[in-house]
Design a protein around this ligand. Structure first.
Ligand SMILES: C[S@@+](CC[C@H](N)C(=O)[O-])C[C@H]1O[C@@H](n2cnc3c(N)ncnc32)[C@H](O)[C@@H]1O
Length: 245
């Protein structure tokens, strides 16, 4: 009964799929998230883009001087779109897109994917096996679960994903999505409810250690941002990971 009421409220607030505007229109997402020096670092290097989606970042890395880029994604429709992008940009000989690889890399990049991986600990083990001993994993991801929009599509208003039940939200989503998901974790592309604390614990239990870790505050909430409030006031988590020695 409560689920039914919540479902009707959600339908009233958002009758169809919410718009997802692009925050990086006309900008390089990689430069914004990983810094302008990123492209100098990857020049002439082999890079794996883990959770590459439609391949825009992988293609940009190839265009800007990476020796080879391997885009990994577990959705074939993403890989197909990525291959087309590489072809259109003339970097199809530099970029390869697949659901797995056994090539090793100087850098592994993962942008906006750690909150989507169904088994992030397993992905970290795979990354470790694919990274050269002196290589680095460059990660940027978010919004994390307690961010106002941490529910991604489910955040029809700030923190809606924490207010409504999973059942009501999934029922609402099924009116415009057809992948048959019955849990957050089953939506196409994945949504693992990642928090900053959980991510730190995952790294502590992984073959990696932090060379740097930053929780970037939501601009409007930066005065409130501190160790106690960070789960609610962080916009993106950025880090560099190196192998434990
Ligand atoms: C939000 S998208 C980000 C795509 C791209 N990196 C970008 O920044 O636009 C997250 C991607 O991770 C992929 N993904 C989710 N789980 C994965 C897994 N276990 N292995 C590989 N890719 C995965 C999804 O298919 C999706 O394309």
């Amino acid at each position: 009964m409560l689920t039914g009421i919540q479902y009707r409220i959600l339908k009233r607030i958002s009758p169809g799929a919410p718009d997802c505007g692009c925050a990086y229109e006309g900008k390089s997402k990689l430069a914004v998230l990983l810094g302008a020096e990123f492209f100098t670092r990857i020049e002439g290097k082999v890079v794996i883009d883990f959770g590459c989606g439609e391949g825009s970042e992988a293609v940009e890395m190839a265009v800007k001087g990476a020796k080879r880029v391997i885009g990994i994604d577990n959705r074939e429709n993403m890989l197909q779109a990525a291959r087309q992008k590489a072809f259109a940009a003339g970097v199809q000989d530099i970029c390869v897109f697949a659901s797995s690889t056994d090539e090793t890399a100087d850098f592994i990049v993962s942008v906006d994917a750690f909150e989507h991986f169904d088994d992030p600990a397993g992905i970290l083990r795979i990354m470790s096996s694919l990274l050269q001993p002196t290589g680095e994993v460059l990660v940027s991801f978010g919004p994390t679960w307690y961010h106002p929009l941490g529910g991604h599509l489910f955040s029809v208003f700030p923190w809606a994903h924490l207010i409504f039940s999973e059942t009501a939200l999934i029922r609402w989503r099924s009116t415009f999505k057809t992948d048959g998901a019955t849990r957050f974790g089953e939506v196409a592309g994945g949504l693992n409810q990642m928090t900053i604390g959980r991510f730190e614990k995952l790294i502590a239990d992984s073959p990696f250690k932090f060379a740097a870790l930053e929780s970037v505050p939501i601009r409007k909430l930066r005065r409130l941002h501190n160790r106690l409030t960070r789960e609610f006031t962080t916009s993106v988590v950025r880090c560099r990971l190196v192998k434990r020695t």
